[in-house]
Design a protein around this ligand. Sequence first.
Ligand SMILES: [Mg+2]
Ligand SMILES: [Zn+2]
Length: 265
Amino acid sequence: MAEVVVVVFDFDRTLIDGDSDNWVVTEMGLTHLFRELRSTMPWTSLMNRMMVELHSQGMSVEDIEDCLKRMPLHPRVIESIRAAHRHGCDLRIISDANQFFIETILKHHGLLGCFSEIVTNPAFVNVEGRLNIVPFHDSASSPHGCNLCPPNMCKGLVLKRIQAADSEFKERRLIYLGDGKGDYCPCLRLGMRDFVVPRKSFPLWNLIFSDQTLIKAVIHEWSNGEELAGVLLDIIDRILMDENTRTGLIASPDSGCKTTQVSYP
Ligand SMILES: [Mg+2]
Ligand SMILES: [Zn+2]
């Protein structure tokens, strides 16, 4: 099956149940300093400051890796990512976490090779062995101009670029999975043949249902890793079945797809 489906994951509180930044801060004993500095600098700069702190305490990059490897990832989510990849879906991540955290966690679970692209805040280890985290978007030199998104990343612009690169594959359909405020902007760009998969009762879900008429994509909600995996695989089944019907491989349009009932707050 050619790449008919593009699956875009948010990372924190979506692909993983928790938040990788908070996990490292809490597990590595930085909660107090983090709270003290929270109001004084943007989030990405603050996370970089936390890495300076860990380095000054003698913590190595390997210590940070070990901490990230302990972060839970739902087994059903792991299976669903592998299954989506096997089905030929093009899997991507757009995240406001950072490259090092995301790649460490995905590698640990053997999932890194399933993703064609990870768009996030860059991270690198310097000559002193300290992890540096830098903003994806330099808001000082060129603001992205989107008032829905934080200054370092407009996920909508990233999605626009993915959609533009896809224009030669007009049949490709997008599935966007997310939970946060920063996921709302890209969801506004999805079309009628696309799907948005928001985490129930989280900020993205609240924004979507504050005015559902603004969302063109089909909405399927989820609450936990098991539901996320089920919803994702059902949507992929349905799209692939549509595609087979369209190309005449299968005569019957019956997809056998379980439709998730969306509730309205
Ligand atoms: Mg998130
Ligand atoms: Zn935006």
